[in-house]
Design a protein around this ligand. Structure first.
Ligand code: FES
Length: 153
């Protein structure tokens, strides 16, 4: 099934196609790994919406990527609850180990590191999402083992 077909299938669940914009963008990102201008246009065409509208919605959310990302993503929550147990040190540990800053991808294209807002796991900070699977209570000392594990996937 083509991406356009998948988007239109999802859109049929909603009273109007505009309401399917988020699942449609998500489908496009799953298909291509990130939302290029062409992908945004494809979403717009499938939903009969302008690319500008699609982009305005997509750019509001943190979960969409507008440039290619690594094979793996590491997202460190730096919001209040995680910040209180030193999420910044966890983030800095990833930065040191990977030799990149948040928002960057390693030179080999393997890992993208991001600092993000609350991931909804505030009761067990620091939360780190590895390829969208949450790790709880992560400390700076856990970082080398997490990366070792990830590199062997
Ligand atoms: S503040 Fe980090 S998960 Fe909510």
């Amino acid at each position: 099934m083509s991406l356009a077909d998948e988007i239109q299938k999802v859109a049929r669940r909603y009273p109007e196609s505009k309401s399917a914009i988020l699942p449609a963008l998500r489908l496009a990102q799953e298909e291509y790994g990130w939302l290029s201008r062409e992908a945004i246009e494809e979403v717009g065409e499938a939903l009969d919406l302008t690319p500008a509208y699609c982009m305005s919605v997509a750019s509001f959310y943190d979960l969409f990527n507008f440039e290619p990302i690594g094979r793996h993503t590491i997202e460190v929550c730096t919001n209040v609850c995680c910040g209180l147990v030193n999420a910044q040190a966890v983030l800095e540990s990833f930065e040191r180990e990977l030799d990149i800053a948040p928002g960057e991808t390693t030179a080999d294209g393997e890992i993208t590191l991001r600092a993000v807002e609350c991931l909804g796991g505030c009761s067990t900070p620091t939360i780190v999402a590895i390829d969208q699977r949450y790790r709880q209570s992560v400390t700076p000392e856990d970082v080398p083992a997490i990366l070792e594990e990830l590199r062997n996937v």
